[in-house]
Design a protein. Structure first.
Length: 334
């Protein structure tokens, strides 16, 4: 906890933020709890409070801000070192800066071109970065993570929260348990790993690493994946997309269309039933693979039993192993 070296202001209401077209608009509101106090930090001052809000005025470089249930606001061009709250929200207005942010259940919001030089750690709150905002690693338990246009961050790790990167945003590797992952047009990330969360990649999106899901689907339109795709039961639907390694699934449906190119092999592998309780376990559930017009699979197409394989007459593939392809000439097989 920090030593309190603040100036107490008269009662004011705290600031409210609204994210409009990627820009964090700061507007003071005098509606609501008009009796809320705020500790106003001066240059180099530290704030330590139980329930009061903490305010760093525009352009002021303060020390640390520590509040149990109060919110923390850095106005435009303000800065602080460590920000720590239990349930209070954290707001950094345009071009504000902090070294790190840690909150148990509060939300964290960064305005346009604001930055957190180190980590953002959140228990159950959401994390939102506005246009051009930056941070290091973002780690949240159940909160959502949203990166605005042109925003940048390090690795993202969530338990059940979804992850969304807007147009042109960049992140490191993304790891979620059940949260969905969406990369908009021209967004870039490191590898993506989900348990049951689905993954959607927009036009020009790029994943510099492996995509690995358990039951989540992978859908990409005009994207690039620099390593392999591997799903358990999740579908793989690729249109006009390049995968620079293998595509593998156990029981997911695979649909390739629109000049998609797989540089490695395409495989539907056998599963394994292990342990003492295997009632109803099917090692080779039925699956369907459709390789559409103009698609290229450089490596072999490897299928197990109980897979229906369709290959368009204009598609180019390596040798088919483990099954027989059904040729078709229409847009989609019947």
């Amino acid at each position: 906890m920090f030593r309190n070296t603040t100036v107490r202001a008269k009662p004011v209401t705290f600031a409210h933020f609204s994210l409009v077209t990627g820009v964090l608009m700061l507007s003071l509101s005098f509606i609501g709890n008009c009796n809320a106090n705020a500790l106003v930090l001066s240059k180099g001052g530290n704030g330590d409070t139980t329930s009061d809000n903490i305010l760093v005025p525009a352009g002021v470089s303060a020390g640390g801000a520590d509040s149990t249930s109060g919110d923390v606001l850095l106005e435009m061009d303000a800065s602080a070192t460590v920000i720590d709250t239990s349930s209070g929200d954290v707001f950094l207005a345009d071009r504000a800066q902090a070294n790190s942010v840690d909150t148990a259940s509060g939300n964290v919001t960064l305005g346009r071109n604001a930055s957190v030089l180190g980590r953002i750690d959140v228990g159950s709150g959401d994390v939102t970065l506005g246009a051009g905002a930056t941070s290091g690693v973002i780690d949240t338990g159940s909160g959502r993570v949203s990166i605005g246009p042109g925003g940048r961050c390090g690795d993202i790790d969530t338990g059940s929260g979804s992850v969304a990167l807007s147009d042109g945003a960049f992140s490191g590797a993304i790891d979620t348990g059940s949260g969905n992952v969406n990369l908009a047009a021209q967004a870039h990330s490191g590898g993506i790993d989900t348990g049951s969360g689905s993954i959607t990649l927009g036009t020009g999106a790029r994943v510099d690493g492996v995509i690995d899901t358990g039951s989540g689907s992978v859908k990409a339109n005009g994207a690039v994946i620099t390593r392999h795709i591997d799903t358990g039961s999740g579908d793989v639907i690729l249109n006009g997309t390049v995968v620079e390694a293998n595509v593998t699934t156990r029981s997911g449906r695979v649909e390739l269309s629109g000049n998609t190119r797989i540089e490695g092999a395409l495989e539907v592998r056998s599963g394994k039933c292990g342990g003492w309780f295997n009632v109803g376990c099917d090692e080779n559930p039925h699956s369907t693979v459709v390789i559409g017009a103009g698609v290229t699979v450089v490596g072999p197409v490897i299928v197990r039993e109980n897979v229906t394989l369709y290959i368009h007459s204009s598609a180019r593939t390596g040798p088919v192993q483990g099954g027989t392809a059904i040729k078709f000439d229409v847009e989609r097989p019947h």
